[in-house]
Design a protein around this ligand. Structure first.
Ligand code: NAD
Ligand code: ZN
Length: 365
């Protein structure tokens, strides 16, 4: 039976996309018409990994621009970090023409959040949630240098705040422009290539296995999973230029699948783990996916094949070092994501998903 619904999502997509090897060299030309806006300068946020690497010399920053090299090693983006950056930039030079984020999900989320917080007063903690932002942000561009999270196309900028790990989610969060240059992801270390790529695969499994899945989300997920299989399984698998092209597209399509659907059990648990122990999003997902055969039997079986094929070491027995209190806190964070449970389990999710069930799942790790 074809499911019918009375209200349908009316979502905004990225306005412009350039895809192709070497397309990063077009960035200067792309942003040139925007340079007349506001105080006439751009802010570049670049993953600190690129400091001293060839890409540093290719960032099209002009004399008037501000460039920040930001380390994403210590923690994922925080509300404090965004607030401080916003205050510093406005005090230095006033409202920029635009913001460009060059890096992974972390840097792209910082760029999205900064764009919004440059025009919305107060702390970013006030805006964690859906449609809480009051005014449009400034022009912003995303340039992924590692693929998988789908942050390049999503309408959220995930921030960890004192109380919650939750995105600034609204239409204005979406990038005005993205630059998808597969050459930029060639240097990603093998373990990150795997974990972040698996975020895409898990997005698709969760998008497909839930009640919000429809022909639209399915078409994107199906194609994205096909690409993931080519990249992570089979004779041509591995970090090759062809696969880098495919991974960039798979990441985008996995993200687009979620625009109509929703993430599920793995992400709900992953948020609990990340919020309480600071475990990185994509790595946390992999640790959890390994134990979700009760919910996604086929997806987990294939995920395990990919883990084995690439000899990725996913540690076991982590929970033996966690106190009951820690596990209870994780379970509460996960439980408080009803939109994910409604999608994954259905209206009666509270009958099967309880704090105790979640604690048992965390104890499997
Ligand atoms: P990341 O940005 O955290 O980077 C992971 C690591 O890869 C870092 O050490 C980084 O320095 C390194 N790196 C990045 N590009 C590289 C390159 N080309 N060569 C070598 N090293 C490189 O990675 P991520 O997994 O893309 O992002 C995770 C973040 O994304 C989390 O903060 C998560 O909350 C967020 N996220 C956002 C969304 C969204 O829709 N907005 C979705 C999922 C996850
Ligand atoms: Zn994810």
């Amino acid at each position: 039976m074809v499911a019918t619904q009375t209200t349908h999502k009316n979502f905004k997509g990225v306005e412009k996309t350039v895809f192709g090897r070497g397309s990063f060299s077009q960035l200067d030309e792309i942003i040139a018409p925007i340079r007349t806006e506001n105080e006439g300068y751009f802010v570049f946020l670049v993953d600190n990994y690129f400091k001293g690497k060839p890409l540093e010399g290719q960032v099209p920053a002009h004399a008037e621009d501000l460039t920040y090299y930001i380390s994403v090693e210590e923690h994922e983006p925080t509300t404090d970090q965004i607030d401080q950056l916003r205050d510093e930039i406005l005090a230095k030079k006033g409202l920029p023409s635009g913001v460009v984020g060059i890096g992974g999900g972390s840097i792209m989320d910082i760029a999205k959040a900064l764009s919004l917080m440059l025009t919305n007063e107060g702390s970013s903690t006030l805006y964690q949630g859906l449609n809480l932002i009051k005014k449009p942000g400034i022009y912003h561009v995303g340039v992924p240098t590692i693929s998988g999270t789908g942050a390049e196309v999503s309408m959220t900028a995930v921030l960890t705040g004192p109380v919650k790990k939750l995105g600034l989610k609204c239409e204005w969060t979406v990038f005005n422009q993205i630059v998808l240059d597969p050459e930029l992801i060639a240097s990603v270390p093998r373990n990150w290539w795997f974990y972040t790529g698996m975020d895409t695969y898990i997005h698709c499994i969760e998008s497909e296995n839930g009640r919000l899945n429809n022909a639209y989300s399915h078409a994107f997920a199906e194609q994205s999973m096909k690409l993931c299989r080519e990249i992570y399984l089979g004779e041509n698998s591995g970090q090759t230029p062809e696969n880098d092209d495919k991974l960039m597209v798979a990441s985008m399509m996995g993200g687009l699948s979620l625009t109509y659907s929703e993430v599920g059990v793995c992400h709900a648990l992953s948020y609990g783990l990340s919020k309480i122990l600071g475990t990185r999003h994509c790595y946390a997902n992999c640790l959890i996916m390994n134990h979700l055969e009760d919910y996604y039997p086929q997806g987990v079986a294939e995920f395990k094949e990919m883990v084995a094929y690439h000899q990725i070491d996913l540690p076991q027995g982590l929970s033996k070092d966690w106190s009951d209190d820690t596990i209870t806190q994780m379970a509460h964070v996960s439980y408080n994501l009803p939109h994910m449970w409604l999608h994954a389990i259905g209206d009666n999710w509270q009958e099967t998903i309880t704090i105790d069930v979640l604690k048992d799942l965390f104890r499997r790790l």
